[in-house]
Write a protein that binds this ligand. Structure first.
Ligand code: HEM
Ligand code: CA
Length: 544
């Protein structure tokens, strides 16, 4: 549980807080872990919210809308394929980094240990807590009837709360590598080591691997920085390095990763690229960087459709593959921990070169039929969960978002092509998750509705972050040389090959190796130059 305390912010803090508090000095809780998610407002200033009773009951409650498992079945009919196509550009590591980022900015607070299908559970039938699925007869995987679904908790103690329910984000919303440094103040300060303490990091092997990547990067640079500055205390090295790693994550996210998620118009319209050189004082303290409910519920779940059917190993000849099915390896660190981590390199090779699946309306069997089936048989359906969660959190239907984004509403089911009217009873009821995924974007990116919501969110993460890495604020800025050095060397391929022991790697790890994105030796890609952080007055150590 996260406890929000009343905050008296230090005025000239040199480092961002662990939980995101005091980033915004006028609104110290904006973006803070444990606060409410936010809603977008339409052009008339009305919040984008849609509860059945206008306050808290899920959209469509109790059964005005088709059951989400049914929608999932309809939208995933292989006859409507092609099914499970590979992406022509993006790698598995593109998928994996998207999940890592999700674990940087959003984790909705959802209670556990409640069985909404069990009459003797005290919450049985309580619509504030339970919103179970109702699986139809004839489902090929799950028994008919009640299937557990626990509602996200409403936020209670937040000064910004409206009259309807908002849900809680347990993480700091800022892009601040909190997947690595955590979201709770005392934990990080006590350990003074990156603790990779996001409790979901075993969800999939690709995720655990990426956590490991940044733990190793922190530890590698920490030794170097200490050698350069022997008189620095451990705490000083830790804090400086945390700032450096956050800058790397911000730079990579905005300049290499996002351009492969949203279209180029969105990148430009929302000013998402960094300046090629020097500072950018884009900070605006009227911008709230807190995560938007609508963003976490559907657009940023686009990555579920990229997840491949396997999480495999590629040996050093880059040909021999040892396949591991994804459903057999969820909620388990086994793949990257067994044999004392000896298989990390081969797993990393596979993620780096294997194409991700195309961003579309299909999820692999391991997620749609067999999600967590080993730990909680017979498992679940992530597609259906995403739809139900959108309804649970009062997120309006797809057409409302088309309108919000200035796009034409779809008028009839013919506009959905082959899927027809099985998605909902009215075209205005189609859920955002499915409507958004049925759109196609340029070069395989997400379509215009998801791009629009993501554009707004990533602009807020950037201009609403006082500690944004390009800032020249004298309290905490990098020097111009440090910043330029970070901009020219922050490349995930370098971090990846250095920490996973690869001798060569393609220049842009988010894109499949090709003539334009060739393999280079690890040495050919520049590493971060920590000499820029050498304190010339510091020769002996360790003192302070
Ligand atoms: C690799 C396998 C993955 C698994 C097994 C997985 C599983 C899950 C599960 C079980 C949930 C909670 C569903 C609910 O009850 O609402 C979830 C939520 C979510 N996932 Fe994934 N996911 C995976 C990959 C990804 C990827 C690649 C992305 C993005 C690129 C992503 C983004 C999200 C987001 C944004 C949420 C909502 C988080 C929240 O609000 O708490 N996931 N995922
Ligand atoms: Ca964060």
């Amino acid at each position: 549980m996260i406890i929000i305390t009343v905050i008296d912010c230090p005025k000239n803090a040199r480092y961002r807080s662990v939980d995101g508090s005091c980033n915004n000095l006028r609104h110290p809780t904006w973006g803070q872990a444990g606060t409410a998610q936010r809603r977008l407002k339409d052009i008339n200033g009305r919040p984008m919210v849609s509860y059945e009773d206008g306050k808290s009951l899920p959209r469509g409650f109790p059964n005005r809308l088709p059951d989400p498992r049914l929608v999932s079945n309809v939208a995933s009919d292989p006859a409507l394929g092609p099914f499970n196509q590979f992406d022509k550009i993006r790698t598995g590591q593109h998928m994996a980094f998207g999940q890592l980022l999700a674990h940087d900015f959003i984790e909705t607070d959802i209670p556990s240990g409640i069985d909404c299908c069990n009459r003797s559970d005290p919450n049985f039938g309580n619509p504030d807590v339970c919103f179970p699925l109702d699986v139809s007869y004839g489902d090929e995987r799950f028994p008919p009837g009640c299937k557990n679904f626990i509602r996200a908790k409403p936020a209670k103690e937040d000064q910004y709360l409206p009259s309807y329910w908002e849900q809680i984000n347990l993480l700091s919303s800022y892009v601040d590598a909190s997947f690595l440094y955590g979201n709770q103040h005392n934990l990080t300060l006590e350990l003074r080591v990156p603790n990779s303490c996001d409790k979901r990091n075993h969800e999939s092997p690709n995720l655990g691997l990426n956590h490991l990547l940044f733990v190793r990067e922190h530890n590698r640079l920490s030794t170097q920085l200490h050698e350069l500055n022997p008189c620095w205390s451990n705490e000083r090295v830790f804090k400086k390095l945390r700032r450096i790693i956050i800058a790397q994550v911000q730079h990579i996210t905005y300049n290499n990763f996002l351009p492969l998620v949203v279209d180029q118009d969105t990148m430009r319209q929302y000013n998402l690229y960094s300046k090629p050189n020097g500072f950018d004082n884009c900070y605006d303290d009227s911008v709230d960087a807190s995560c938007l409910n609508s963003f976490g519920i559907a657009p940023w779940r686009y990555g579920h459709s990229q997840v491949m059917a396997e999480q495999s190993e590629l040996k050093d000849d880059y040909k021999t593959i040892f396949e591991h099915k994804i459903e057999d390896n969820l909620l388990s660190p086994y793949l990257w921990q067994y044999g004392y981590g000896k298989h990390v390199t081969s797993l990393s090779r596979w993620l780096e070169t294997e194409p991700a699946l195309k961003i579309d309306n299909f999820l692999v069997e391991g997620l749609r039929d067999k999600l967590f089936f080993i730990t909680s048989p017979p498992g679940s359906d992530l597609f259906a969960l995403n739809i139900q969660r959108g309804r649970d959190q009062g997120v309006p239907a797809y057409n409302e978002w088309r309108k919000f984004c200035g796009l034409q509403k779809l008028r009839s089911f013919d506009d959905f092509g082959k899927f027809g009217s099985n998605l909902a009873l009215s075209v205005d009821d189609v859920d955002l998750f499915i409507g958004g995924l049925l759109e196609e974007g340029e070069n395989g990116s997400v379509g215009p509705t998801f791009s629009c919501i993501m554009g707004i969110q990533f602009q807020r993460f950037k201009v609403g972050d006082r500690y944004w890495y390009e800032s020249s604020d004298p309290d905490f800025a990098f020097t111009k040389d440090q910043l330029n050095s970070l901009k020219s060397t922050s490349l995930l391929s370098k971090i990846y090959c250095t920490n996973f022991g690869l001798n060569e790697i393609q220049y842009d790890i988010f894109m499949i190796p090709s003539l334009k994105n060739q393999f280079l030796t690890a040495r050919a890609i520049s590493d971060i130059n920590l000499y820029e952080w050498k304190d010339k007055t510091c020769v002996y150590g360790p003192h302070n």
